[in-house]
Design a protein around this ligand. Structure first.
Ligand code: ADP
Length: 244
């Protein structure tokens, strides 16, 4: 379970977060949606413990990301917006390395690495050096790294940015599978279609604050709009920064 309570963060004169509060439940996919500059990345970085909010708290399973970032990182998987790989290492070595950082050793490490490689259909890739990997293959390595320690919470920053159709499908199927296992999934996006398709709940933020928080269908009903994109425009009060 992920919670942010009254988060404030300013960069000089810019208020990136201005009293942001919302929760993401276990067994649900929650989308954090907003125009560019709304504060989505700042919110996710507060949850990773990478930045310290000026006020408020970010909690993962009731543990504060601000005061206990090491413990928090054990309970989350992070799928970054860019995935850098070491060309001379194999896919398996990449995944093993992250599992070791999470404290896995011996049989347990081997079992978890094999499990994730199997879950993502990576057996053929596993022992190849990553040099020359396609975009989809690179994404799978990054995903395997994010979930090898079987975290209860998964946080993805603009996960489908730059992905081709097949990679997007793999990612989507995995998110549904993890959701159905009872995990808590939070991802940021500014792509309407993706959010409407994937999310059980959408948190819409503008200028560092939540302006709506409900299912895509409920938000359409609330605004009287047939399409989720129209509902979003109505809720944020402008069509600036939208990618359909
Ligand atoms: P989003 O991810 O929704 O596009 P961000 O969290 O990246 O929004 O940014 C929110 C606001 O904070 C923007 O106005 C952005 O320019 C500003 N901002 C983000 N990071 C920094 C930083 N390191 N220094 C200065 N301003 C920043």
């Amino acid at each position: 379970m992920i919670e942010v309570n009254n988060l404030h963060k300013s960069y000089n004169d810019v208020k990136a977060l201005n009293g942001l509060s919302f929760g993401a439940k276990d067994g649900e996919i929650t989308g954090l949606l907003g125009p560019n500059g709304a504060g989505k990345t700042t919110c996710l970085r507060s949850l990773y413990g990478l930045i310290k909010p000026d006020q408020g708290e970010a909690l993962i399973d009731q543990v504060s990301a601000t005061t206990d970032p090491i413990n928090v990182r054990r309970g989350i998987g992070i799928f970054p917006d860019k995935f850098g790989l070491y060309e001379r290492m194999t896919a398996r070595e990449h995944v093993q390395y992250i599992a070791e950082l999470h404290g896995e050793r011996g049989d347990s490490l081997e079992r978890k690495v094999n499990q994730v490689l199997q879950d993502l259909g990576m057996e053929d890739l596993a022992d190849r050096k990553t040099k020359g990997f396609s975009q989809g293959q690179r994404m799978k390595v990054a995903l395997a790294q994010a979930i090898v320690h079987q975290p209860k919470n998964l946080i993805l920053d603009e996960p489908s940015r730059g992905l081709d159709v097949m990679s997007t499908r793999i990612l989507r199927e995995l998110m549904f599978k993890l959701r159905d296992q009872g995990r808590c999934i939070l991802f940021s996006s500014h792509v309407m279609q993706e959010v409407a398709t994937l999310c059980d709940r959408v948190v819409i933020m503008v200028k560092g604050q939540v302006v709506a928080n409900d299912s895509p269908q409920a938000l359409c009903e609330l605004t009287g709009k047939a399409s989720f994109e129209d509902a979003f425009v109505e809720l944020i009060g402008t069509d600036e920064g939208i990618v359909a």
